[in-house]
Design a protein around this ligand. Sequence first.
Ligand code: ADP
Ligand code: MG
Length: 513
Amino acid sequence: MSDTNNKPAVGIDLGTTYSVIAHVNDNGRPVTIPNAEGDLLTPSVVLFDGDDVIVGREAIKARATELENVADCPKRQIGNQVYDKVFGDRRYPPEALQGWILNKLKSDATRVAGQFNQAVITVPAYFDEVRRKATQDSGFIGGLEVLDIINEPTAAAVAYGYHAGWINIAGKVDQPLNVLVYDLGGGTFDVTVMEVSKDNFRTIATDGDMRLGGQDWDQRLIDHISENFKSNHGIDPRQDDTALGKLLRDCKEAKETLSTRSRTQVECTCGSSSFKSEVTREEFEEMTLDLLDRTDFTVRQTLKSANMQWADIDKVVLVGGSTRMPAVQEMLRSLSGQVPDNSLSPDEAVAHGAALRSAMLLHKSSSAFRPAEIKNVNSHSLGVVANEVETGIRKVVPLIPRNTPLPVVSRRVFKTHRKNQESILVQIVEGESVDPEDCSQLGRCAIWDLPETLEIGTKIEVRFAYEENGRLKIKVKIGGDTNKAFRYEIQRPNSLTEEQLSSWREYICGPEA
Ligand code: ADP
Ligand code: MG
């Protein structure tokens, strides 16, 4: 290759249930790097074993016997200050737990990709600003320099573009294509409409359900088997930790079996009693129909937000392990009138897209890739909280509506209420409600050390800017004399400070990181 810059181009799909790391190999192809155990998928699970911290397969195994030491799917709690479980008297921020996962992926991958620090990490499109920042911070803690944060569906579309031959130099796409990415993973659901052309990946609309995924399908099966057991033996196996641990594992397995076979059996053991139930695919699909309907609803909503009809969609791309369920493909076929594309590996597509993005950023001079542009939208409306003049009730004043193309800037002018006012606090939220309590709290824009001589009603302009990756930056300007110095920052109640980040990084990666 004429590429002189041979830094490893690495991408990471930091998934809720499984994480995947990939790189672009010497032939310019994205490939998944197996972990030290030889698996392509690393369970996003952390085990505290005395002084050792173990990530992945062994941590999953420990779920059945020492659940109290296992941090399951920390991504579900990212954005919170601390993970809700205590391990050995200690509480951990979700960023640190993800830091361990990322650090394992990184060190395992160096055996194949060589030494590297830089990587692109993906996030769900619906992740709010707080969670995007927390993901970047997790990368830092895990010993990485985060090159970019891109949305999972965008990464999937990039991988799709690569496989379809669009983003290598020989690729030909004359017309932009509209692609709908349907991503049903283990814990989350995401749908995105994108316009893909030879040098541009533009998100048009995105929506999702943070609390819907394969685990909910597992739970239905667990409930079904448990009810069967109860009516035969009079006890509920869900009340027994050992029985439940085994049911969790067996029902997930049974569900996956039902994607290829039309029937399967699940054996439930609780105390000294055992009971075997047979489940058919038809029964399973019936007991989970409402879950599928929820995804159907979100797909329709997203299409509507994109201002499109099915006839406008050229491709439906499937991502996420749960799209292997035949019912998902069937539903999309009847909804869209076309056969969904499953040419991508649903588990690896996101990591491959991230690795390709990494190559585009690192190997700019390379002839292998077109410099494709990635255009996102914000997935939540941005607003500030203000008191309504007539009633005094606190309400959200929307500044940037959701699905606005990024980057975007919105300015708002605040006025000082008192003479010599020294500071201003502006509460920033993301969400679709006018009630601040129903929105996600991004933080407070704090402006202090205002010049002493400000008159009442002095205009203070705050500029809110979403960058391409969905991160928020602010700038503040005071009307009149702008030469005076003052300080401002976004105070984030749920974020780690710089010192905390460094100390976690050292704790997890060692002093040389
Ligand atoms: P995430 O993005 O949340 O990490 P993945 O995309 O890796 O998740 O998907 C994991 C989910 O996919 C799990 O719930 C798993 O049970 C499910 N899954 C994997 N293979 C199959 C299959 N053959 N049939 C049904 N579900 C499957
Ligand atoms: Mg995923």
